[in-house]
Write a protein that binds this ligand. Structure first.
Ligand code: FES
Length: 120
């Protein structure tokens, strides 16, 4: 049976603790290039990939709850990844959770599940 789930990856980079409001931190998480952003005290995770012309978002900045791509300045909603005004595809965003051991990013996956075992 095809099954979907989320694998949680703990962020162990010490720079997370001191990440300032509105700053973008480029990280590899679970083999995926991401930017971690602190906005209004909460952490967000977004693919470090602008769908407009396949360039990195990590040189961008935060403006009114959106990450602004440094290349052509398309704005992407921090929470949903939605491109402002629908001018291009959306950016993939990832779930975040924090507990006493620190923040984690959730990466969705699809697998084949047999007798309760995920094959990958
Ligand atoms: S590459 Fe990001 S807006 Fe064009």
């Amino acid at each position: 049976m095809i099954a979907e789930g989320t694998r949680w990856h703990r962020l162990q980079d010490a720079r997370i603790v001191t990440l300032s409001e509105g700053a973008l931190l480029k990280l590899k998480v679970g083999g995926r290039a991401m930017v971690i952003i602190r906005h209004q005290g909460r952490l967000h995770a977004m693919a470090d990939h602008c769908p407009h012309q396949d360039r990195a978002l990590s040189g961008g900045w935060v403006e009114n709850g959106h990450v602004v791509c440094p290349w052509h300045r398309i704005h992407f909603d921090l929470a949903t990844g939605k491109a402002k005004h629908g001018v291009c595809s959306n950016v993939e965003v990832f779930a975040m959770k924090e507990d006493e051991r620190g923040p984690s990013v959730g990466i969705p996956y699809t697998t084949l599940r047999i007798f309760g075992w995920d094959l990958w």
